[in-house]
Write a new protein. Structure first.
Length: 245
């Protein structure tokens, strides 16, 4: 698989999220609600809901929370009417950033996102201004098993429909086309793999490095500030983050 390990960036993010699980569960609840509202409450027939549930389970979200979110989405329980909005812009030194939000009030969310970019050396762009630099893909990261065999795994992944995969010391990163995500995940489940990441995401076609300590700090602050916003679900960027010490 070409490019650097996605797991390095994800580990940095997950380490921060572990300290604020309540906020993460709130965001995942919204994600599940919207998926259930738009496609129904049965994940067997609603791929978006299945993906949302997979992501929630990867974050160890309790089943009761997941069930409540589905019921709110299908109208069995009360809940606000959220919609998905995507914002695009640039951070310091031209780092491309996509912000995915679920909001019940665009007039609140848009100024908040714009303020974040302005505050930390970036600028909010127009729709399409940076998304062409990313590819929408299924991303699955699993632990290696004790009896892991690289050749056997490669054959299984290719037969299941994986586009690409990369072997790290302890994990395997698998990339799929969005439409093949469920098939590949099912194949991995049947082989008994433990999922660390399981989602549809936006992967940068190329990454950029920041060499200035000031730029690195500004980029970190932009991401942290956006993540603190309850409306913001995901932040995708093409910054090759330095490995956490």
């Amino acid at each position: 698989m070409a490019g650097h390990s996605k797991w390095n960036n994800i580990k940095n993010k997950k380490g921060k999220e572990d300290a604020k699980k309540g906020k993460i569960f709130t965001k995942l609840g919204r994600y599940i609600m919207v998926a259930a509202r738009e496609g129904g409450g049965d994940p067997e027939y609603n791929q978006a809901l299945k993906i949302a549930i997979d992501k929630a389970k990867a974050e160890n979200m309790p089943n009761d929370n997941i069930d409540r979110a589905i019921k709110r989405g299908t109208g069995e329980a009360g809940g606000a009417d959220f919609e998905e909005v995507m914002y695009e812009g640039y951070g310091v030194s031209g780092v491309a950033v996509i912000v995915s939000a679920l909001t019940d009030n665009r007039n609140r969310t848009a100024p908040d996102v714009r303020h974040a970019f302005d505050k930390f050396g970036g600028n909010l762009g127009t729709p399409g201004s940076v998304s062409f630099m990313f590819d929408k893909k299924g991303m699955l990261i699993v632990d290696k098993k004790a009896d892991f065999d690289e050749d056997e795994f490669s054959l299984m992944a290719i037969e299941a429909g994986a586009e690409d995969f990369e072997f790290d010391d302890e994990v395997i990163e698998i990339t799929t086309a969005p439409e093949d995500y469920n098939k590949v995940r099912t194949a991995l489940e049947e082989e008994g793999y433990n999922f660390l990441v399981s989602e549809i995401t936006y992967l940068p076609q190329n990454t950029v490095e920041l060499n200035s300590e000031d730029d690195i700090k500004m980029m970190e602050k932009l991401i942290d500030f956006l993540e603190e916003n309850d409306d913001v679900q995901e932040i995708y960027h093409n910054w090759e983050m330095p490995e956490a010490e």
